[in-house]
Design a protein. Sequence first.
Length: 202
Amino acid sequence: MRKYILTLSIIVSLSIQAAIQPADFSRMRQRMLNDIVLAPEKYNPEHPAIKQYIEKYALLADSLWQTMRQDTTFLWEDQAILIGDKAYTPYHVHRSYLRLHAMTLAWGYPSSPLYHNEALLAAIRYGLNLLASGPYNPATQKVGNWWEWCIGIPFDYSHIVCILYDVLTPEELQQFEQCATYRVRPIVARRHSFARSCEMGI
């Protein structure tokens, strides 16, 4: 529940930063960052379970990175239907964000062999910009299952942006914020129960 509350706070606050103090937003984002990336003071990277967990993400991220396309309208060949198909588009767009999320975790874990790898970061940013330029932005028609558009993707998006916040440009942050909050705001507005919204992860 705490993780969901932090996630919801980040998504909502990204759209209202002008209305809160920068220091408050920074503290809130840092709390979420610590929860996602597991700050060094909160874990022992030499513990077998933690070491195996981080190594798993590093191996997964490297595999995804190697199979990622950067010369076409999609990122992975098995997740290529990113626009207009009710059956496949929501799933393929969401899976693309899930994979970018895994790559971002491997980039963000301090003990990961891919920690702050510049080439990996460039690939992640390419993927985020490709998805925001067409498959997932306010001008794109929402087709198929609503959950991916309004909950699944914004949840992964918020984690990715929280980790990369300090290395993204203001233009990228604004673009990505518009893409996600456009889908999230109507759902939050219709659900008057804050606890219910947190339970849904938005």
